[in-house]
Design a protein. Structure first.
Length: 224
């Protein structure tokens, strides 16, 4: 199975234990989880994305480049790449986590960042840069992509309605799970529409999930 995944990743590990750790969620093995790798991978990804965008879009100012970076390093973007790779089938998860549901995206995004860190530690920056260049190419090339996150898009949609009372209101509904694998449920509501719930491994992720789900209801053309 590791052989097939290495082929899909386009990188062969010298130390396969690094890859195994990158695929291990904290819920399944807190002592050998991918959380530290996720931390490092997030930074490696941000550096490579920032450098690539700096070179590819010489006419854009700092603000525009910052929005692009945020869009390309968000967990949603990482989860999309994880889905393309088929990473989910290789993760070490608890039975509850393996069931997926709305927690699948954040778990995938975190694991993909951990894989980037594992590649970086095993093969250096050039190996990590090559992986990111391959899998992020379509997003790098899409100069027309909407770089706003879901909360920003929902906020701007609500403001366009011309009523201050239409601003989204977020509320923490629940927080469960152990410290190493928390699970948040957040609701968001705008005037005239029922509240919608979102889930995630952090409050921020849950808010983004809720905003995206509400956008799909109130403004489908803005939810993509």
């Amino acid at each position: 199975m590791m052989e097939r995944l290495s082929e899909k990743l386009g990188y062969r590990f010298q130390d396969e234990d690094l890859l195994k750790r990158a695929l291990t969620h904290a819920g399944a093995d807190a002592a050998h989880s991918n959380e530290r790798l996720e931390f490092l991978g997030d930074r490696v990804l941000a550096l490579v994305v920032s450098e690539t965008l700096y070179r590819r879009y010489p006419g854009e100012d700092e603000g525009a480049l910052t929005r692009r970076v945020h869009a390309l390093v968000r967990w949603e973007a990482c989860a999309r790449i994880g889905e393309d790779i088929g990473l989910w089938d290789h993760l070490n998860l608890t039975k509850a986590e393996a069931a997926g549901g709305r927690s699948r995206g954040p778990i995938l995004g975190s694991a993909l960042e951990a894989v980037i860190a594992a590649i970086y530690l095993d093969g250096g920056m050039e190996a990590a840069r090559g992986f990111i260049a391959r899998w992020w190419e379509a997003m790098f090339s899409d100069s027309s992509a909407d770089t706003r996150d879901a909360k920003t898009r929902l906020q701007e949609w609500s403001q366009s309605r011309g009523k201050a009372s239409a601003a989204p209101v977020y509320a923490l509904k629940s927080q469960d799970g152990p410290d190493h694998a928390p699970f948040f449920v957040v609701t968001v509501k705008v005037q005239g529409y029922d509240a919608v719930a979102g889930e995630g491994g952090s409050k921020r992720q849950a808010e983004q999930d809720a905003a995206a789900r509400l956008l799909a209801v109130v403004a489908p053309e803005s939810s993509a």
